[in-house]
Design a protein around this ligand. Structure first.
Ligand code: NAP
Length: 282
């Protein structure tokens, strides 16, 4: 079998166009504030991409750049100001934050209605009970890729490889909400390949380059590869060996060009959802 490649770039472009069209119908410009503390080069690239995508979608985007030694109290005050600013619908604090900042306290300070990353405990809880408006962006991107691939999740056996708060757990909750029978596997799981082989849908989010190979898969499995790993030679690869997995899977996302582009598109969508939930359509 040679798997169908699930193109995240095309799907993300469609979603961005939909978001732009919906934003254009609103009598106000949905506002997104991205906060970047410090000068981590990867974070700076992500933030630039988010800002550009938001501008292109017609959102009112602002990036607030702060020095790495910004005191915790100053960052908290900034979050308070953004919470109170009626023109700001979405607040995203780029992670990781410098070590002297209490990341949990900062994420919990964001107004849950403006928490477009879906990391506030209230939104995490809503997701766990199946009633989230603002779910984290990468997991939402995973679900949109599955939907676009025509995967029927109801009653299917899904396995999520990884249990992080930003990817594994929220993906598992979204799959559960879509009526899949969900297994969450992690570093303590016994006989991981055997667990994976039972899955019709496999979502890999482990951060281990090309760990999943064809012999871990059921025939005809649908594989969503969330991993982004840079090899010593500079190449970007996922958590799955795409060429190997493609021999047995029915469909697989490439890396790059799979889940990655969906994350930013879903951030834009979350910003519009947050705006409409708070300010309405008219
Ligand atoms: P993370 O916080 O490091 O979590 C990794 C998870 O994988 C943990 O639950 C860990 O288990 C599990 N794990 C690690 N090694 C394992 C092994 N050998 N066998 C089984 N389980 C193992 O990572 P993350 O933030 O979820 O990110 C995962 C990957 O997705 C990374 O490559 C990251 O770059 C990528 N990512 C991509 C996007 C995107 O937009 N495409 C967004 C976010 C992340 P324990 O809990 O037992 O330690």
């Amino acid at each position: 079998m040679t798997a169908r490649l699930l193109d995240g770039k095309v799907l993300a472009a469609e979603l961005r166009a939909e978001v732009a069209a919906r934003a254009a119908m609103l009598p106000y410009r949905p506002g997104l504030a991205v906060v970047l503390v410090g000068d981590d080069p990867a974070s700076a690239v992500y933030v630039r991409n988010k800002d550009r995508a938001a501008q292109q979608a017609g959102l009112n985007a602002q990036t607030i750049r702060l020095p790495a030694d910004t005191p915790h109290a100053d960052l908290l005050r900034l979050i308070g100001r953004l919470n109170a600013d009626g023109a700001v619908d979405g607040i995203l604090v780029q992670l990781p934050l410098p070590p002297h900042i209490d990341t949990r306290a900062i994420l919990e300070a964001v107004d849950p209605g403006k928490d477009v990353d879906g990391f506030h405990p209230i939104n995490v809880g809503r997701l766990a009970e199946g009633s989230a408006i603002l779910a984290p962006c990468t997991p939402r991107g995973v679900m949109k890729l599955l939907a676009a691939a025509g995967v029927s999740l109801g009653g299917s056996r899904a396995l999520v490889l990884g249990r992080s708060a930003i990817v594994g757990r929220p993906v598992a909750n979204l799959l559960l909400a879509a009526n899949a029978t969900v297994t969450i596997a992690h570093s303590r799981t016994r006989d991981l390949p055997a667990e994976c082989r039972r899955a019709q849908v496999l979502v890999a989010a482990v951060g281990r380059p090309e760990m999943v190979t064809a012999d871990w898969l059921a025939d005809g499995a649908v594989v969503i590869d969330v991993g982004i790993n840079r090899l010593p030679d500079g190449r970007l690869v996922g958590d799955c060996n795409t060429a190997s997995c493609a021999e047995r899977a029915a469909a697989i996302t490439p890396v790059p060009g799979g889940v990655g582009p969906m994350t930013i598109a879903c951030l834009l969508e979350n910003t519009v959802l947050a705006a409409v939930a708070r300010r309405g359509e008219g």
